[in-house]
Write a protein that binds this ligand. Structure first.
Ligand SMILES: [Zn+2]
Length: 50
């Protein structure tokens, strides 16, 4: 049950990263602080469906 998900910038809504998540183990929504090249700074990225 490994799902591909996209990480969307909370500021500009660009989908900058993709990752996988094991739904069995991780039920919470992923929120990661990552660099956004569009915002040119670190922004919270939220999980969204691929
Ligand atoms: Zn951004």
């Amino acid at each position: 049950m490994q799902d591909i998900i996209l990480l969307q910038c909370a500021s500009c809504k660009n989908k900058n990263y993709s990752t996988t998540k094991n739904k069995k183990n991780v039920t919470d929504k992923l929120v990661l602080k990552k660099y956004c090249r569009h915002c040119r700074k670190h922004v919270e990225h939220k999980e969204t469906k691929a």
